[in-house]
Ligand binder design. Sequence first.
Ligand SMILES: Cc1ncc(COP(=O)(O)O)c(C=O)c1O
Length: 362
Amino acid sequence: MFSKDGKTKNVSSPKICDVVWHDGEFIKWNDARVHVMSHVLHYGSSVFEGIRCYATKNGPAIFRLREHMQRLLNSAKIYRMDHNLSMDQLVAASVELARRSGLEQCYIRPILFRSLDEVHPAFGVNPFPNPLACYIGAWDWGKYLGDEAIEKGVDVCVSTWNRLTPNSMPAMAKSGANYMNSQLIKMEALVNGFAEGIALDDRGYVSEGSGENIFMVSGDTVLTPPLSSSILAGITRDSVIQICHTLGIPVKERSIQRAALYVADELFFSGTAAEITPIRSVDRITVGSGERGTITTKIQQAFFEITKGERPAPGPWLTYVNDKKQAESPTRKAGEGASGTRSGSSGEDSQAILVYQTAGGD
Ligand SMILES: Cc1ncc(COP(=O)(O)O)c(C=O)c1O
C-alpha cells in the first residue's frame, strides 16, 4: 500500500462514504470541516475510535460496536468532556452511516473533540470554554500493514521511543494526542525500513506497536503485556484472549522483556486496523521459523471466521447493518462473554479492571 519509507501511497484513494454524521444529523462529506483555530488542532484535544464493519453473507456487520463506543465514552470521561451523547445514539448513528455508505465493508471513525466557539472564541490551553463536536465518518480501508502481511508477516523493530508513562498521558484513553507518540514510533520504523515499531514502557518492558497490541507465543502459551505496560486496552486484544479461551489455548497477561521477543516461538499484532498480523522478524532477528506460526494461524483463522459471521462468536460481537433489529451474530452460549469484558485473563500482574464494560447489554 505504501512505499517502503511510508512517504508515498501506491494505491488509488479509498472509497469514502459521502455523508458524515455530525451531532445528530448527516451532512455531506465536503461540509465536514473545522475552523483552523479549533482547540483540537493546537492542543490535541480529541478522543476517537476505529471500528471495522465486515462483509458477511447477511450483509455488512459491525464488529464489537458497543465495546468501541464504550471505550469512546470512557476516553471522553477521562478528559472531562461533558457531552450529551448516549451509547444508543452512537450505535444507531454508526449503523445508519454504514448502511448509507453502501459499502460491503468499511472502517468507521467516530471522533469527539474540542472545537471553536466563533462568537466567543477561546484560545488558551484550558479546554472548558470550547464547545465539543462529534463526527462519524466511514471509508473502505484494506489491510493496514499491507495485503501480504496477514499471511507472510511483517518485519518490525523495537523503537527508541518509549510508550507514554501512566501518569503523563493515559494510554487507556484513545486520544488523538497519544498518536504523536505513535507517529514517532511509526516514522522511525518506516525510515529504517521496517513496517512497524514496538515501543517499550518506561520500565523497559514490551508495551505495544504504534497502533496495535502485541502477543507472543512461548511453547503452547500465548502471552500479552498487561494494561500496566501502558497499552491501549485493545478490543481485538480482548477478542484474541476470548478466542484463545474457546480454542483451549492457555493465555496470560505478563510483563514481557525485550529480549523475549527475539526468542519467541511466534509473535503477532492485534488491532482493528491490523487485525491479526504475524511478525516474522524483530530488529532483523527471525522470529521462530520466520513464517506464520501454527498458533497464530489458528487464532487468525478463528478471528476471520467470526468477523465474517461464519463461526459463533464468544459474545454478541456482530451488529448487522441491514437488519432492522440489528440482529447479532450467533453466540456460543447465551449470556456468556458479555459485551463488557474484563481485561485479559488471570496473571500475576493482570489488572482485573473493567475497561470498556457496556451499560446493559445490546
Ligand atoms: C496504540 C494502539 N494500541 C492498540 C490498538 C488496538 O486496539 P483495537 O484492537 O481496539 O483496535 C490500537 C488501535 O486502535 C492502537 O492505536
